[in-house]
Design a protein. Structure first.
Length: 149
């Protein structure tokens, strides 16, 4: 990650240098050093930025997104012959509508391998995260568990 990538990350999240430093547990001065190329962005900071961006993308209004899921368990590789596995792909305007669909599907279907991805294929919600979010929403239906963001 170079200075421009770091600035793009910050602008995408709509945060200033102080907020970026706070999110990363560092000072504004560290952020300024990276953005002015006094020091290179450390690899650990680059990885933290990627994770913070992914979590930001889990916000309810982020989109458009694509929901992928199988409506049957994945068969073992030695027993693939004769088994039909349908991978479903459904576009949604945002995370909230995709999550609502998953909640409806879980009432009648055994979901296997659910994912929510961006149009470029970048994973926003992995299967375990989605199922954990569904459980949180199910256990607090009136409070409507907030999507990370």
């Amino acid at each position: 990650m170079d200075q421009w990538d770091f600035k793009k990350w910050r602008k995408k999240l709509r945060i200033n240098q102080v907020e970026a430093g706070d999110m990363l547990g560092l000072s504004r001065a560290a952020v300024q050093c990276w953005e002015s190329e006094i020091r290179p962005v450390p690899r650990a900071v680059e990885l933290a930025c990627k994770e913070l961006l992914r979590r930001w993308k889990q916000g309810p209004q982020f989109g458009p997104v694509i929901l992928f899921y199988a409506d049957a368990p994945m068969p073992h590789t030695d027993s693939l012959a004769g088994n039909d596995l349908a991978l479903r792909c459904e576009p949604y305007p945002n995370n909230e509508s995709a999550l609502a669909r998953i909640l409806r599907l879980r009432e009648t279907t055994t979901l296997s391998m659910p994912l929510i991805v961006e149009n470029d294929g970048t994973v926003i919600w992995s299967g375990p995260e989605l199922l954990q979010e569904c459980e949180a929403r199910k256990s607090a239906p009136r409070e409507r568990s907030k999507v990370k963001g």
